[in-house]
Design a protein. Structure first.
Length: 316
């Protein structure tokens, strides 16, 4: 209760249902004596882990109202972005937050920076900057978004935080496709919990109504709640699931060696051939009258008689 006697607007992380709770209840209703029926020799790269699932919470709500160790704020490089998440955090944290952010002097894309929570229920705020998305630079955007989630989690680990509430870091303003971004978010968190999850007890994905369906659809791929769900989800995993830490894998660039470095790589072979042949005969040595090879070709083509060839030799 707050000083006025009204119920607190903040939501305690321990009061939220876990990712597995509703699923297990449904399974018990359908199968009062559950038996693990699924069997397969092929396992998912994200296998069923009850201990990891117990740390995950999907919550449709305002991350600014979450009572946990730290919440995540998605912003721009100057940490002044006006998006619904940031504006709500600023409103509830109070004016001291803006003063604190001015001392940070911005944040680069993919980085994470820490401030106090001030008037929030959360003790800390971790600020990060998601990438602007352009399909032409998709690989760079994927790597930057991975860095956002990874650096937030690393900061939480270094500060021995027990719980972290994530907003959806990719914003509509930055044009990142929601489903693509969700794959990166979920697999990065999954891999981190596998390797470094000893101290982190709860990870909350705080989503809006528009984002909830995508998270509901993709969470089983990375956090399957049974062996059966793991096997069912396997065909829907993307081709690129990242490396051992969830980082996007960038294939080595294939080096194309051309005869003419100045010719663009996207030119067709036919155009390249025409370009290579177009300059033949334009060089000084190819225009010399005494070029015997050229003269013999002309003879074969019927354009120069043997007598004319002898006459040219007599002039030398």
């Amino acid at each position: 209760m707050d000083p006025l006697g009204a119920p607190s607007q903040f939501v305690d992380v321990d009061s939220l249902p876990g990712w597995t709770d509703a699923y297990e209840a449904k399974q018990l209703d359908c199968h009062p004596n559950p038996v693990e029926k699924a069997h397969s020799d092929v396992r998912s790269p994200f296998p069923y882990r009850k201990d990891i699932n117990a740390k995950i919470i999907l919550w449709k709500g305002n991350v600014a109202l979450l009572n946990c160790t730290a919440i995540v704020n998605t912003s721009n490089e100057s940490l002044t972005d006006k998006n619904p998440v940031s504006e709500s955090i600023f409103m509830h944290a109070g004016p001291d937050l803006r003063d604190e952010l001015q001392k940070l002097k911005g944040c680069r894309t993919g980085e994470a920076k820490l401030t106090k929570g001030f008037n929030l229920a959360a003790r800390f705020i971790i600020h990060t900057v998601g990438p602007k998305y352009k399909s032409r630079y998709r690989t760079a955007a994927e790597s930057s978004l991975y860095s956002c989630y990874r650096n937030v989690l690393q900061l939480a680990k270094e500060q021995a935080m027990c719980s972290v509430g994530f907003c959806v870091i990719n914003s509509l303003k930055r044009c990142y496709p929601l489903e693509d971004a969700t794959h990166i978010a979920l697999r990065t968190v999954r891999r981190f919990l596998e390797i470094h999850g000893e101290t982190l007890e709860k990870v909350v994905f705080a989503v809006s109504e528009l984002e909830e369906a995508t998270y509901q659809k993709l969470l089983p791929l990375y956090f399957p709640r049974s062996l059966e769900e793991e096997i069912q989800s396997l065909p829907y995993l993307p081709a690129d699931i990242g490396n051992a830490e969830g980082e996007p894998v960038v294939p080595e660039r294939q080096i194309r060696i051309t005869e003419k470095p100045g010719v663009p790589d996207d030119a067709s072979d036919e155009e390249g051939l025409e370009a290579d042949l177009s300059f033949i005969g334009s060089h000084a040595f190819a225009r010399m009258e005494g070029d015997v090879d050229k003269q013999r070709r002309l003879i074969l083509q019927g354009q120069l008689s043997e007598a004319a060839l002898q006459k040219q030799h007599q002039r030398k």
